[in-house]
Design a protein. Sequence first.
Length: 368
Amino acid sequence: MPAKKTSSSVYFIAGSDDAAVKKAASALAERLAPGADAFGLEVIDGGVETVDAAVARLQETLQALATLPFLGGSKLVWLKSATFLADTVTGGSESVLAQLEKLCDFIDAGMSNGVIFLVSAVKPDKRRSAYKRLTKAGVTELHDKPDLGFRAGEEEVISWTAQHIRSRGLKISREAIEVLAARVGLDSGQLNNELDKLETAFGTGHPIEARDIREMVSATRESGIFDIGNAISARDLPLALETLQQLLAQGEKGVGILLASIVPTVRNLHLAKNLLVRHKLHPPAEPQFFAGVLNKLPESETDYLPRKKDGGINTYGLGVAARSASHYALEDLQKAFHSCAEANWQLISGQGTDETILTRLLVGFMSR
């Protein structure tokens, strides 16, 4: 998203989305470089680890900016992937900070006609003077991932994924979007790669279903945590056991699987089922619709519900659970919660293997 523009000769592309920053910077460099001749493009690698190397790169950048274009033409100086703009020991050293101030002073004083300066950086420290001065010096593009916590940001992750899908014109079911979001997360590079594969396989006219995503998009350890939760919600015991085996084979610890996925899923199912039964509510057609239902309840009836970072109720997570709560009786979920506590004690006290304890747990409350 472009910010305030004060100079057409300085461009700053930065953010926490590594793939998006690199793609945008490369595209801009390609657009700006044709105006330069063979001597008019100078790329300075800012991906350094030591203080001395960072100072050397900054000095090299200053020298490049101070050198007039060859034969009065134009040139682009690209300080690429400047890691010393991040919150690191190297970036925080006095000598690097001093050199950055010299660079910003030079830019503010005005560069020679025909000299264009492009800076790209991933995860820059927005608190530092150099970052603030660069954003004011010219055209700034920020490519940040949403700031989300585990599970509390499911709705935002899915919305972010859906935006990328819409830009491709692909037909995809809501469930498929949820599975894709769980498997890819906020990695825009991986998401674009997976969308390329899906677009090649299905085109823009064929509907893409959740089973297609599971077959074509590789599961990571992180997505496996979501997958086992989804299997529990659907009361799909074979899938839950299969995912458990995969996670354990990948080196995931039993306690981690229990506390990161099984317990939160059972808790949300229990909370959602209790709300539906106590207040005689109907399961929402879509998870996001549950917000309107919960907001109509008295605060005393919702003050115990899980919250997001902003203090609001995690209505989406509860909405997902409410759609699946019909697979379980309230009493089953109460027993499942107690069984989770027992399994946790067995895991930390070494009363069996992780596989045996978690398999027994899942079979115990998921069997019909």
